[in-house]
Write a protein that binds this ligand. Structure first.
Ligand code: EPU
Length: 302
């Protein structure tokens, strides 16, 4: 979708917004899949309510993009514009055992920055691509931890009230890869409270998690992490593997040879290829195990 009304284009700089016309979402997602649309890069949080009022007044639909690492976007010209926070400087401010982190901050850099300040707890998230905002919305977790455990406050734009609000940690529920945020809430910043630990100890934990991840996941390839959530008490990856589906492909969309719940873009896969592969695997798992796998990856299909 293109913003070509000169009145809107002229209003954007004052709101701290940069228009990047005709951006390819394939360049902004870890799967390397996705069509084109106008991208609005937001440089100041305070301009967001006016920006959204402006888009709504002109009937321009929008989606919020984080780091694009858990996202499968449709092909072709997309029927909405995309909003994304620009990275601020600094991304993280430490105060005692609290870390105030911008939603656009890179997750991995945040984990190591906190570690260097003797704040641990997030070792399991090392190697998870994406932004802190995306991790927060999905309650990202690995190796027995989840980010939600450390959240004390969240600054967010709530589309329902059309304003920026601050929520306390206990006003948000964090479950397995799920939170109580509304789909149109936009994460802006988070205050984490982290356990104090010596850097050396945190580093040892980070090394172990890195090693486990490297040995079990296809890190060098284009993927969106795990495609399906694990059903209670079971592993989606193991079930897909047991069916002998590693290497199954539709075009360049392929079930990873390393971890069967990772589907990789082995070249120039389209969203259509990937969605067909996902539906095919889901169907096979259903037939074999009588289990309906739920998407873990977020799908933006027009
Ligand atoms: N397994 C297989 N074959 C495979 C993959 C896994 O047999 O192809 C077996 C493993 O041997 C293991 C079990 O299945 O016994 C579980 O596998 P793994 O330890 O790799 O964990 P997972 O349940 O597949 C979850 C998260 C990952 C997270 C890891 C580590 C989900 C859907 N996945 O994977 O998160 O990194 O644990 O904690 O919860 C993600 O969210 O995108 C993600 C990758």
């Amino acid at each position: 979708m293109r913003i070509d009304d000169p009145k809107i284009v002229a209003a954007l700089p004052e709101l701290g917004v940069e228009l990047r016309s005709g951006s390819a979402l394939s360049d902004l997602t870890s799967l390397g899949i996705g069509g084109t649309t106008d991208l609005l890069r937001i440089r100041k949080h305070e301009g967001i309510p006016d920006l959204l009022n402006l888009l709504d007044a002109h009937g321009i639909p929008h989606r919020f993009l984080g780091g694009g690492s858990n996202l499968l976007v449709g092909d072709g010209e997309l029927p909405w514009v995309v909003l994304q926070l620009a990275k601020p400087e600094p991304e993280v401010v430490i105060n005692g055992t609290f870390a105030q982190v911008d939603a656009a901050a890179d997750l991995g850099r945040t984990v190591t920055f906190c570690a260097k300040n003797d704040l641990g707890g997030m070792e399991g998230l090392i190697g998870v691509p994406g932004t802190v905002g995306g991790a927060l919305r999905m309650n990202a977790g690995a190796y027995g931890m989840q980010i939600g455990s450390y959240v004390r406050e969240v600054k967010l734009y709530r589309a329902a009230g059309r304003k920026i609000e601050i929520l306390k940690g206990d006003q948000i529920s964090f479950e397995y890869r799920h939170t109580s945020f509304a789909p149109d809430d936009m994460m802006l910043a988070v205050k984490l409270e982290l356990p104090s630990k010596p850097f050396k100890e945190i580093l040892a934990g980070i090394r172990i998690c890195n090693e486990k991840r490297r040995s079990s996941q296809p890190l060098g390839q284009k993927s969106a992490g795990c495609i399906f959530k694990n059903p209670p008490g079971a592993s989606a990856g193991r079930m897909i593997d047991e069916l002998g589906l590693k290497g199954l492909h539709i075009g360049d969309a392929r079930v990873s040879d390393r971890h069967a719940n990772f589907f990789v873009n082995a070249g120039s896969a389209s969203a259509k290829d990937m969605l067909t592969l996902i539906a095919d695997v889901r169907e096979r798992v259903h037939k074999a195990f009588d289990v309906e796998l739920e998407h873990e990856v977020v799908v933006w299909n027009a």
